[in-house]
Design a protein around this ligand. Structure first.
Ligand code: FAD
Length: 454
């Protein structure tokens, strides 16, 4: 039996896409920067179908490229060339919310938006939120250990995972969806899958922790002179604001791009260079608490607080529209890094010169999750110097004791630089784990680790 026949037998002929025109939208990622061709796109609807696909690919010695919502920003969701692309969006079942345990089971292809709506209908909420919520899937979020805007309160995706079901490279299924809050029986395979970017197993279902639904919100936008002042304000803000859920850093050039792209008004009458967006969420209106805390911040040049939902959406738009506003101007070099918070001001100060040293005409647009020392570095007009820009920025970050991938993962785009953030001993351990679980290198070859995994 040919591979395509075996795939059709596994998932049904309607869900094996071989036509180049139909495959195309799966073969290029959200950024438009990463593209690769697949032999076929296969859309299974159950764990058993995923296992059958993985086994069929194994029997034909063909690699598998795993894909969720295809919103990843590091080239890890599209083929390197010649793989069978396994799209998991049909794994979209949602179990009843278990209110006693504050947990829910979800198929890997459920979008973050669908999961959130489901949880909220049961008066609970999801701890992770990010701007790609309408397309990003829970499988992808766990596979990348996604962060987003609420890490400061609830942690990254790893912290939301209670259990998982996954198909391993040999087609076997591991399943721990029982929802035990305490379970120390040996190696934590579920945790290992978090952040493994589809290289150790195909996640097919998840058991997720839910958090209280806090309907009362308040959002503030502060203008401050510089990053050092923002960082200096963080300890007092965290202390005064037990309901603090988000602290986002923006800059004037990014805000201007967003305003032009989305035709938004200026937030303040005066111009400022650096902004901090804060959100509090609570059971009762946190606006007074937020207003008082903002008034106590040293160095505030301007501030506005929105207690009503339309006003809050308007302030969040300045932050959330950054990614699409930047992408509307071209395909940027996108880097997502973090440094110790104490080094964030130095990173922001040194970045423009580091980029200019290799791409004089490039424009740098920054924003980030300030509490985690995170910075999204977007470089437009880098021309042919994309690799040099990446090298310059990542070396600067590593020199400041930072991580070359704060929350988006390594994907294909940062493989060459993994050694800047990981020691040789750590890399050897990662290679040993990959070889143990996927000895033939069938799952997402070239993602996280180079091929061959020596
Ligand atoms: C506008 C925008 C804003 C974003 N904001 C943030 C942010 O604030 N924080 C953040 O962390 N990320 C952010 N991202 C990045 C992205 O949304 C996340 O990385 C997300 O987790 C990817 O989910 P996905 O389903 O789209 O996965 P994909 O892009 O399809 O895949 C990402 C990686 O996970 C693997 N994978 C996907 N599904 C599975 C599975 N079921 N089993 C095993 N491996 C799998 C893929 O092979 C790939 O390596 C943003 C992206 C966009 C476009």
């Amino acid at each position: 039996m040919s591979l395509v026949e075996a795939l059709r037998e596994a998932v049904g002929a309607d869900h094996v896409l071989v036509d180049a025109d139909v495959r195309r939208s799966f073969e290029t990622d959200w950024t438009g920067r990463f593209t690769g061709s697949a032999r076929a796109v296969v859309r299974p609807a159950s764990t058993a179908e995923v296992a059958a696909v993985v086994r069929a690919c194994g029997a034909h010695e063909v690699a598998v490229q795993v894909q969720g919502g295809n919103t990843g920003l590091v080239g890890g969701s599209v083929p390197g060339g010649g793989e069978v692309l396994l799209s998991l969006t049909r794994l979209n079942s949602l179990g009843d919310v278990d209110r006693a345990a504050a947990q829910v089971s979800a198929g890997a292809g459920v979008t973050l938006a669908a999961l959130t709506a489901h949880a909220r209908a049961a008066s609970l909420d999801v701890g992770v939120d990010l701007a790609a919520r309408d397309s990003a899937t829970v499988g992808g979020l766990v596979a990348t250990n996604a962060g987003g805007v609420r890490v400061l309160r609830y942690g990254s995706m790893r912290e939301q995972v209670v259990g998982a079901e996954a198909v391993l490279a040999d087609g076997s299924v591991v399943s721990r969806l029982g929802g035990l809050a305490k379970d120390n029986t040996g190696y934590d395979l579920v945790s290992l899958l978090c952040g493994s970017e589809g290289t150790l197993g195909v996640i097919t279902a998840l058991r997720l922790r839910l958090v209280p639904l806090l309907r009362a919100r308040s959002v503030a936008l502060l203008a401050l002179p510089d990053v050092a002042t923002v960082v200096a304000a963080l300890p007092a803000l965290r202390e005064r604001l037990p309901d603090l859920s988000a602290a986002e850093l923006l800059f004037a050039d990014g805000l201007d791009l967003v305003r032009r792209h989305a035709a938004l008004p200026a937030p303040f009458a005066d111009e400022h260079s650096c902004f901090l967006l804060l959100e509090c969420a609570a059971r009762t209106d946190p606006t007074d608490e937020l207003v008082e805390a903002v008034a106590a911040v040293d160095g505030v040049l301007d501030a506005t607080v929105a207690g009503d939902a339309p006003g809050q959406r308007a302030l969040w738009a300045y932050r959330e529209k950054h990614t699409e506003a930047i992408s509307a101007l071209g395909v940027p070099v996108k880097l997502d890094v973090s440094v110790p918070v104490a080094a964030l001001a130095e990173l922001v100060e040194e970045l423009p010169a580091a980029v200019a040293s290799v791409a004089a005409a490039a424009r740098v647009v920054l924003f980030g999750h300030v509490n985690e020392g995170n910075l999204h570095v977007n470089v437009l007009d880098a021309g042919p110097a994309g690799e040099q820009v990446t090298e310059a920025v990542l070396r600067l970050v590593a020199g400041l004791g930072g991580s070359i991938s704060s929350e988006h993962g390594v994907g294909r785009s940062k493989v060459a630089w993994l050694g800047l953030s990981r020691s040789e001993a750590e890399l050897a351990a990662m290679r040993a784990i990959k070889r143990a679980l996927d000895p033939h290198g069938r799952l997402n070859p070239g993602v996280v680790l180079p091929v061959p995994v020596a």
